[in-house]
Design a protein around this ligand. Structure first.
Ligand code: ASN
Ligand code: ZN
Ligand code: CA
Length: 332
């Protein structure tokens, strides 16, 4: 018999947060009894299996420092819970498969591993501890990015290569960002940057920028014929840029203390419709229009169909979708 409890997570990136656990006798487990029993495991530098479920005599997880092995577990559990709540409360979807069943997270993967990943085969996500300047890969946006790979695999199934691969990656960045905004966490505020907490570059810069993807030195701002042959983490750039333009519009803007400046490929201004509407359009397109082979042109068609269903084909929202795609050189 297990009781659902509310414990305390002292995370590396998000301060002190509530975490749902389960209690079995005098032992607490980092199993989220309110979210499909999503579990969080400690691989303790291993690279296979599940390691051990985080558990102990108290319902306090971590101390906020990466040196405490529970801290990254607290971040991972928090990120998974937020992502679950976001899809349930914003999009009406219960769990990655929509069946109410939780996945699981594994932290402390390998030695000095500077990445995180989702695997369909285990229905689980895994985080490294980083090395050098990098910190554990367990920030909110990274957690939501990885979990969203599970959602994409179970809906559109976008192939992870070519233009569909870029759209797959962008979908993870888009919802990585929207979950971070949804969290409304004062330690890790919402932004249109990916991985800014991890310090992967050693100079405090993020991994990716949605307002101007080329700021990372590799991602593309706009679509071009042949973009399907570059790395999917770079061909994602135009779709991330599309989502930023659709949400916030072109030009300079400061949100939660972060400054953005987004230019269109055609030089025409785009007026944003707000993130709340943009995320609904992308989710509807992903789950009802996109397929495994959707490319940029088809993503335009799919998001326009979604916007038409949600807001009407004569709406300002529909026009904004057209303009945002034109702003990254897709359609006219
Ligand atoms: N963190 C990367 C991603 O989610 C891992 C990978 O490239 N598979 O895209
Ligand atoms: Zn990814
Ligand atoms: Ca972020």
């Amino acid at each position: 018999w297990e009781a659902v409890e509310t414990g305390t997570g002292n995370t590396v990136y998000s301060g002190t947060v509530d975490l749902t656990s389960t209690q079995s006798g005098s032992t607490y487990n980092l199993t989220d009894g309110a979210r499909g029993n999503h579990r969080t495991y400690n691989l303790n530098r291993g690279t296979s299996g599940t390691g051990t479920l985080f558990s102990g005599p108290d319902d306090i997880w971590g101390n906020g420092l990466p040196s405490n092995l529970e801290s990254a577990g607290a971040d991972a559990a928090y990120g998974a819970a937020l992502t679950w709540d976001y899809y349930k409360n914003v999009h009406g979807r219960s769990g990655i498969r929509g069946d109410g069943v939780g996945a699981y997270s594994r932290v402390h993967y390998g030695n000095n591993y500077v990445n995180a990943f989702w695997q369909d085969s285990c229905f689980c996500m895994t985080y490294g501890d980083g090395s050098g300047n990098a910190n554990p890969l367990t920030s909110i946006d990274v957690a939501a990015h990885e979990m969203t790979h599970g959602l994409t695999a179970n809906t559109a199934g976008l192939n992870y290569s070519g233009e569909s691969g870029g759209l797959n990656e962008a979908t993870s960045d888009i919802f990585g960002s929207t979950v971070e905004f949804y969290a409304n966490n004062s330690s890790d505020v919402g932004d249109y940057l990916i991985g800014e907490e991890i310090n992967i570059n050693g100079d405090g810069t993020p991994l990716r920028y949605m307002d101007k993807p080329s700021k990372d030195g590799s991602s593309k701002d706009s679509w071009y014929s042949g973009i399907g042959s570059i790395d999917v983490h770079y061909s994602s750039g135009p779709a991330n840029h599309f989502f930023y333009l659709l949400s916030e519009g072109s030009g300079a803007k400061t949100i939660n203390g972060v400054s953005y400046n987004s230019a269109t490929s055609d030089g025409l201004a785009v007026t944003g419709i707000g993130r709340d509407k943009a995320e609904k359009i992308w989710f509807r397109a992903l789950t009802t229009k996109f397929t495994s082979t959707t490319n940029y042109a088809a993503a335009r068609t799919g998001t326009l169909a979604a916007a038409g269903e949600l807001y009407g084909t004569t709406s300002a929202e529909y026009t904004a979708v057209q303009n945002a795609w034109a702003g990254i050189n897709v359609g006219t």
